[in-house]
Design a protein around this ligand. Structure first.
Ligand SMILES: [Zn+2]
Length: 113
């Protein structure tokens, strides 16, 4: 058992929820920015090349955000688990501060490389 109280878990759940809402909003914005690019004859060759460059940057950012969101969703699922807050390698309790900072963390500082 970890040393998380019900109150800690409640607080964590609220933090996860508000982060997830913020992330989802940003994901929607980035999806907008990574829409298919109009053909060259509509916007011109140079602007199209700019758009392609920008889009690949935005796509990378979008993937990063989606990964973060998935991590938060998993963290939220794990809150219901008895093993939440325990390192999945050594089994020791992960400090609460670390999880608040990195909700996706599933191992303690010593075990994560
Ligand atoms: Zn560990």
């Amino acid at each position: 058992m970890s040393d998380w109280s019900e109150e800690d878990k409640k607080q964590m759940r609220e933090r996860l929820d508000s982060r997830m809402i913020a992330l989802r909003e940003r994901i929607i914005e980035y999806r907008e920015l990574t829409k298919p690019i109009p053909p060259e004859n509509a916007i011109g060759r140079v602007s199209r090349m700019d758009a392609i460059n920008n889009r690949s940057v935005n796509e990378a950012a979008l993937r990063q955000l989606e990964k973060q969101l998935a991590g938060l969703e998993r963290a939220k699922d794990r809150l219901n688990d008895d093993r939440f807050g325990l390192c999945n390698r050594c089994g020791k309790a992960i400090p609460i501060g670390r999880i608040l900072l990195l909700p996706g963390a599933t191992s303690c500082v010593q075990c994560s490389d």
